[in-house]
Structure formats: C-alpha cells, structure tokens
Design a protein around this ligand. Structure first.
Ligand code: NAD
Length: 369
C-alpha cells in the first residue's frame, strides 16, 4: 500500500493533508478522519514532536468522541509543527498562515488544543470564518470557565454511581488534578451531595475524610497556589490520590496514571475518567475484574466538545448545560446497558456505540458499499 494510506481502515482517514509553506515557516498536518455525521471538529495543536500517525490517532479519537456524544460532527486533528512558546507576534502570524492554508478544507472546524487557545481560534475565525472554542466577545462559550466538562462528569457520576451500587449523596470523592476539569467536577458533584475527601495537583495532595472546602481550594488555585496550601487536612504525595480512601476516583490530570503497578491499591468503587486515557488498557481490564466500574473518558468528559458544538450552532451558555445533561446522561446509560448485555468492558461498549453511529451515518452518504 502507498505510504500515505498506511492508517486507512473502513472508517478513515478521509484526508491526510500535509501543508508546507517555507516562506511562512509553516509545516502542518491535518488529519480529517471521518465526516459522515457532519464537518469534523478537532483541536489544532502546536507542538514539535507529533507524528502523522499520532495526529491520525487523535483524529480517530475525536471521531469516536463526537459520535459517542451524538454530535452532527466527524473527527479531525491538526498539528502545526512549531514551538508554542515562540514570541506572541510570530505565533499569531503562523496561526493566521495556517488558517489561510486550510481555508478550502471546509470539512475541518478547528478548536483549541495543546499550544493553542481561544485567541488562536479567534485569529483562525477572523481569517476563514470558522473555528470553535472562541472568546466570548466573538460568540464563544468559555467552556473552562463555566465548567462544561466537569458538569458532564457530574451527570455521568449520578448515573454510574447508581450502577455501581453507590448513592452520590454522601459519596466520598477523590480528584487527581485540581485544574479546570477537576475543580468543576468537584463543585458539581458536591452540588449533588458528594463530599470531596482528596485532591491533588503537581505539587502534592491533601486529604480529609470529613470533607475539603472546595471553594477555598479553588481560591488557592486561582492565585497560583497549590491544594497543599490549604490549612488543615493531611498532606500526601500527588500520586497517593489514586489509592485514596474514597468511593469515587476522578483522574483529571494526565494520561496513563492508573496502571498495573497501582491498580490493586484503588479503593474506589467507581472511576470517572476526566482526563483523556487516564488508565492503561490492561489496568482498565483489571478494574473490571475487581468489580470497579470505570466510565470511559470519551463518554464522561465529552462536555467540552458538546459545548463547542453548541457554540458552533449558535446556542447559548445556558443551552450548553441542557445539551450536556441530555447527551452524557443518555450515553452513560447506553454504555452501561451495552456493557451488561454484551458482557464487555466499558471501553469496548463505548467504542461499539460510537462505531455503530459512525457506520449508520456512513450508510447515509452517497458512496458506500
Ligand atoms: P488543567 O491544566 O487546567 O489542569 C490539570 C491539573 O492537573 C493541574 O492542576 C495540574 O497541577 C494537575 N496535574 C498534572 N499532573 C499531575 C499529577 N501527576 N498528579 C496530580 N495532579 C497533576 O487541565 P484540564 O483542562 O483540567 O484538563 C485535565 C485533563 O482533562 C487533560 O488530560 C485534558 O486533556 C482532559 N480534558 C480536558 C477537557 C476540558 O474541557 N478542559 C475536556 C476533555 C478532556
């Protein structure tokens, strides 16, 4: 097979576009995986060390995430090969050059990702009229400010805790990574009666079986402090949160933090995956064997991309919460049902659900078998 087609399977990628404009110092790849459900939404990343294969795999993850969320959008990803820490004026020039280069690639709608932010999306929209994750002044819905992803995780928690034999009211929650996702998850779960008993950031962890003050922790983080600056509670190492004495564990920091070397220590009965791929596949299997329910990332943390879709279709911040509650509620139930009916792992059930939606959308396109 030709080199450029080495990732191809029945779903995609529909296009792998290589952009090379030496005069602008621009080198980029756009992987548009599948557009059967609609134009593809996916992040534009600025980094030096991403391969074409990784770019494609990230695009495929977006195809499944958007399909699982029931959005009328396919999946894509773009990488601009550059150092995101470059001077601001150079970065703006490069991102604007990238935007003009993808002008005719109408089936790709860029969103923010590592190394890009809402201002970068505003520059892209300014050049070509499309992008999501925009600043509020140009019609954006500030998803990290309103806590779109954390709200969705709390919705998933409500449904999954019942399936795990837990009541969310009174459930003890440990959050690894007290950033945008972690803080809002803690806040929205507390609104439903849960108690935050452990939280961590890169500098350490803090635990208190009687409950931590979420607003005080958020205030510390807002001024650049650490959760460990909170008076009271017991301090611990950041990685100790995985083994915290709790009912629900929310990894909301980095990939692969739950692995075969620490999975046995997990005491929670429910793991809600806030971060992307926070557990290795063998650790996920082990969690299931131990009777611990783990709600996969692209089901539980889809709040952000649902908010991006609402923004793209002209909806309001208020309608974001309704959409997230509806979509994540339905999808969490559907995954749990499939899991039980098929005797499969939660991730397998989630991929089956997403793949079936992509295939149904593909069957409605003009060219198919
Ligand atoms: P963030 O940078 O706001 O927060 C991350 C937090 O994790 C920080 O407080 C950091 O100190 C902490 N952290 C990093 N490494 C840690 C470690 N080893 N132990 C403990 N804490 C650690 O990022 P975010 O937007 O909250 O995203 C968190 C994760 O969720 C990422 O994997 C991201 O890809 C994923 N995600 C985010 C969104 C969103 O809407 N922001 C949506 C879907 C998925």
């Amino acid at each position: 097979m030709e080199e450029g087609f080495r990732f191809a399977d029945a779903i995609g990628p529909a296009k792998m576009v290589y952009i090379h404009q030496p005069a602008a110092g621009l080198r980029a790849i756009v992987a548009i995986d599948n557009i059967a459900a609609g134009p593809a939404i996916g992040g534009t990343r600025m980094a030096l060390d991403v391969t074409a294969e990784e770019c494609f795999r990230l695009a495929r993850a977006m195809t499944f995430k958007n399909a699982a969320a029931g959005l009328p959008h396919g999946g894509a990803k773009a990488v601009i090969f550059a150092d995101p820490a470059m001077p601001a004026a150079d970065k703006e020039r490069l991102i604007r050059a990238f935007a003009r280069a993808i002008c005719d690639l109408a089936e790709y709608i860029p969103g923010p990702d590592m190394g890009t932010d809402e201002s970068a999306m505003a520059w892209i929209k300014d050049e070509i009229g499309r992008a999501v994750g925009l600043p509020a002044v140009v019609g954006g819905i500030p998803l990290d400010q309103i806590g779109a992803t954390g709200f969705g995780l709390a919705v998933a928690a409500e449904i999954a805790s019942a399936a795990a034999g837990l009541a969310l009211k009174g459930a003890r929650v440990a959050v690894q990574g007290f950033g945008a996702v972690g803080q809002h998850t803690a806040r929205f779960m507390a609104e439903r009666g849960a108690i935050l008993v452990a939280a961590s950031d890169t500098r350490g962890a803090i635990t208190d079986p009687d409950g931590l003050d979420i607003e005080k922790l958020r205030a510390l983080k807002a001024v650049g402090g650490s959760v460990t600056d909170l008076g009271g509670g017991r301090k611990a190492a950041p990685e100790d949160v995985v083994a915290a004495d709790c009912d629900i564990l929310v990894p909301a920091a980095r990939p692969d933090v739950i692995h075969m070397a620490n999975v046995e220590a997990i005491k929670a009965r429910l793991v809600l995956q806030g971060a992307n791929i926070p557990a290795t596949l063998d650790a996920e299997r082990r969690l299931a064997e131990k009777g611990i329910l783990s709600v996969p990332d692209f089901i539980a943390n889809a709040g952000g991309v649902i908010a991006a879709s609402v923004e793209y279709h002209g909806g309001s911040a208020r309608s974001v919460f309704e959409e997230i509650a509806d979509k994540i509620g339905r999808n969490t139930r559907a995954v749990l049902e499939r899991m039980r009916a098929g005797g499969v792992l939660p991730r397998e059930a989630a991929v089956e659900l997403a793949r079936a939606r992509v295939e149904r959308a593909m069957a409605l396109r003009r060219f198919h078998d």
